[in-house]
Design a protein around this ligand. Structure first.
Ligand SMILES: [Zn+2]
Length: 465
């Protein structure tokens, strides 16, 4: 088999290497998920060391939730790998490229307008992936998340959201891509430097405008009302000189009851965002008790707020501990380190792209016999040729992220918030139905956060009473 492949022309070797690598990664990940599912199936009793932090009911609920999710991702993963393979084998990319040529021709742009054809190609490709992905995300939201009590969306809200997301993506993607293609075209020998600088600027601009202009298109942000929590957050920010300008609450409960908190912003203009589902006193999921559940049938609403008899979210000292962890990421320079890593990576990729883009065999490998469009080159090189490197990089970043999580926990511990963080982590794990037992290989490959028990242990020396 190997000899037959080695006897083939180099473009066919490239094609089979790309396909082979893609299936290798797929099978490796399928194997890891299989190992993890084995854990979900066999660990039916709360392990002794977890007895104090998790009750039998939550444990069983999270086990079944994670098992359902894992089974789902088995089928969706198999589907997308098969789809990707069929697209490559049947020449889907050159087909879509010529279809894009026809479309842009209809608008009066002949084959000499490569950028117009590229934009038509991008729109068609994103449309294709949005449409083929839709049934899967509907199933995940309305069958799996729904079954386990997380989903808060109606189908109408969900579909409207999907259309909005598609429109917003196009509004950003199309101008950015046309400028990038233009820069590559006129940039001369050092185009990769200009292309990299351009993507750097775009990402800085996006980060700056995202919170004020893009995120509000999808979710409602309200300033955290004056009160004890707000004062405490401001005092804490001040104590570590975090340049906090505003604290927002985002109405995450419109989508799901999963909870979170994060900060964003540049330099002296930082904001903190808390999910309403994180705040015990704020979460609509707590407020709407039985009185609401009786009349949900006749209140027409885009979002259905379901009655939950259990309280969700954290109390104020626990929220402060969670924020202590988040601000730890900032104080310890994790945010800056991540930006530097990703920009160095992007520079390296553009440089290698410049080295490879002239190679005709790369285009031949993917069915482009008489043209070498730049957009297709970007796709082939960044997505297919770099994929072994991308896998390795993402593994290293996962390992790094776990280190950062431990360090941020230790930072909160240093602020004297260990015991509040300890109980917050337990509550959040419970609210989000995280399963506390993991296969070592699966978690090493996939977990961006250390397993709950390891985090508690690291905090726990304080809590051994
Ligand atoms: Zn963190």
């Amino acid at each position: 088999m190997l000899q037959t492949i080695l006897a083939l022309p180099v473009e066919n070797q490239i094609f089979f290497a790309v396909l082979g690598f893609s299936w290798t990664v797929y099978l490796w990940e399928a194997y890891l998920s299989y190992r993890q599912r084995r854990i979900y199936r066999s660990t039916t009793q709360v392990p002794q060391e977890l007895g104090k932090i998790m009750d039998t009911e939550t444990f069983e609920k999270s086990r079944l939730y994670q098992l359902d999710k894992s089974n789902f991702s088995f089928w969706s993963g198999l589907y997308s790998e098969t789809e990707g393979t069929l697209i490559l084998v049947l020449g889907g990319i050159p087909f879509l490229w010529s279809l894009a040529g026809t479309v842009s021709g209809r608008f009066g742009f002949g084959p000499e307008y490569e950028i117009t054809q590229s934009l038509a190609f991008l729109t068609l490709a994103t449309l294709f992936s949005a449409v083929t992905g839709l049934p899967w995300s509907i199933y995940s939201t309305f069958i799996i998340e729904e079954k386990h009590g997380f989903n808060q969306q109606t189908l109408a809200f969900f579909l409207k959201d999907a259309v909005k997301k598609f429109a917003v993506t196009q509004c950003i993607l199309l101008p950015v891509t046309s400028l990038l293609l233009y820069i590559i075209k006129i940039g001369g020998d050092f185009f990769f430097i200009y292309a990299w600088l351009f993507t750097l600027c775009v990402s800085l601009v996006l980060v700056t405008i995202y919170a004020d202009y893009i995120a509000p298109l999808f979710d409602k942000f309200t300033p955290l009302p004056e009160g004890e929590l707000k004062t405490d957050i401001e005092t804490m920010a001040k104590s570590i000189s975090f340049p906090l300008t505003k604290v927002y609450v985002v109405e995450g409960s419109k989508r799901s009851s999963h909870s979170n908190a994060y900060f964003y912003g540049f330099f002296k203009n930082k904001r903190i965002v808390l999910f309403d589902t994180l705040l015990e006193d704020y979460s609509p999921l707590n407020k709407t008790g039985e009185e609401q559940s009786e009349n949900t049938e006749d209140t027409p609403s885009e979002s259905k707020v379901k009655a939950k008899n259990k309280k969700q979210g954290c109390n104020n000292p626990e929220i402060l501990a969670v924020l202590g962890h988040e601000l730890g990421h900032w104080k310890l320079g994790h945010t800056v380190k991540n930006i530097v890593i990703s920009q160095m990576n992007s520079f390296l990729c553009f440089f290698l792209f410049a080295v490879l883009i002239g190679r005709r065999e790369l285009f031949l490998a993917f069915g482009f016999h008489d043209s070498q469009p730049t957009l297709i080159g970007l796709m082939i090189i960044f997505q297919f040729i770099f994929s072994p490197y991308n896998e390795l990089l993402s593994f290293c970043l996962t390992v790094l992220s776990r280190r950062f999580e431990f360090q941020a926990d230790a930072f909160a511990l240093g602020m004297g918030k260990a015991s509040q963080l300890y109980s917050a982590l337990i509550k959040l794990n419970k609210d989000n139905l995280g399963f506390p037992v993991a296969d070592w290989l699966f978690s090493m490959w996939h977990y961006s956060h250390p397993p709950l028990l390891e985090r508690l242990r690291a905090l726990g020396s304080v809590k051994q009473d």
